[in-house]
Design a protein around this ligand. Sequence first.
Ligand code: SDX
Length: 440
Amino acid sequence: MGEDSLTITDNRTGRTYDLPIENGTVRGMDFRQIKTSDDDFGLMVYDPAFTNTASCKSRITYIDGEKGILRYRAYPIEQLAEQSTYLETAYLLIFGELPTRAELSQWMHAITNRTIIHENIKKVMDGFHYDAHPMGMLVSTVAALSTFYPESKDIYDSENRLLQIHRLIAKMPTLAAFAYRHSRGLPYVYPDNDLSFTGNLLNMLYKMTEAKYQPDPVLERALDILFILHADHEQNCSTNAMRSVGSSEVDPYSATAAACAALYGPLHGGANEAVLRMLAEIGSKDRIPEFIKRVKDGENLLMGFGHRVYKNFDPRAAVIKDLAHRVFEVTGRNPLLDIALELERIALQDEYFIERKLYPNVDFYSGIIYQSMGFPVELFPVLFAIPRTAGWIAQWLEMIEDKEQKIARPRQVYLGEDQREYVPIARRDGPASGRTSAVA
Ligand code: SDX
């Protein structure tokens, strides 16, 4: 066995094993040969929440958590945020290369002309309470799209797949905007194909009685940059859901609904909403020390801080922090920014956060910008889901085309009871049963 290998001695049997090391990993299945007897199942690897498990090989996004590096198809996120657009970045993530002028024009045309949704989706929307959370509405209506495009089940037809990809990217803003308009009791605004991807989203969200909505160019570009920053992030929780659910060969709408549901959680994409609620709860800079104490006592999390991968800084947070000042020139300064900046200053010098390597992540400042742009707090995770759809699709495609992948089905460590005999109900009550209620 070459030097790229691991030699393991099983002290239970004294036998040694040489396991090959490839790409800094050892294959989990290589541990199954390590047995104490012929009928032994063999060793598994136990890794709750997959904290140290590579579930796939990918060429889409590269993150270096120690150096704060994030690259989409090897292009630094800072260069894409400065020079690209969301739709161009979506093309890059999905197809692997920056598009030529003709490819970009064709891509944009295909998406622009798929923004309208089936009229019956409005009936689905109307079925929700006025105060339904828009993320709950998005999860439901993305899943509903699978019923309008049953041909999307044929995931191995590349032409059909491309059509569904156009539809998914194009219709997410429409679903998001319709959910928002429903929550405000406002009439739905249809897409305007003359506008950009983000300009059209602002149009469908905010157009009132004017003949034609004119998006503010600074806000339109700021939203486009935020969408670039949120487009993908390798094997995060919602991408894992997209790949895992997609591995059953379900249609891409149903897999995307699962990814949306994962993103909804406050520890993931719901964190931007939770940050704003946290800053509002703190209320003023002088109340920060009392809040920090509650965090250190384990009563609260400092939302928008910490990351499974980034352990020095989240490069997206740095770009967003700069972007905030450009937005505030148009919208006026958000007073919550002062609380956020002071919270960051205090946290970054506090041993509790330093030793746990807790720094602002992408969600810490994005919510402040979104609020200044007039978005309601509950819409923030939806504004995360719209751009992340491109990343989910890119990862889903890579999973489908990866010959090593199959339906995801982890193992478990069983610690329950050994076999027991069925007890008729007549013998389950009373002291003889020796049982207290199993219900907590
Ligand atoms: C996103 O994965 C991705 O790439 C996600 C994302 C993407 O683009 O897809 O980057 C987007 O989801 C960003 C993260 C948004 N979530 C939040 O801001 C919520 C607050 N953050 C935490 O919940 C937490 O930091 C996580 C979930 C983000 C990461 O958690 P880990 O890696 O599982 O770390 P952990 O929970 O094991 O924490 C390690 C220690 C613990 O303390 P001890 O038990 O060692 O004493 O750090 C503490 C945690 O209690 N800790 C925090 C904290 N985050 C971790 N303490 C206070 N406030 C926090 N925010």
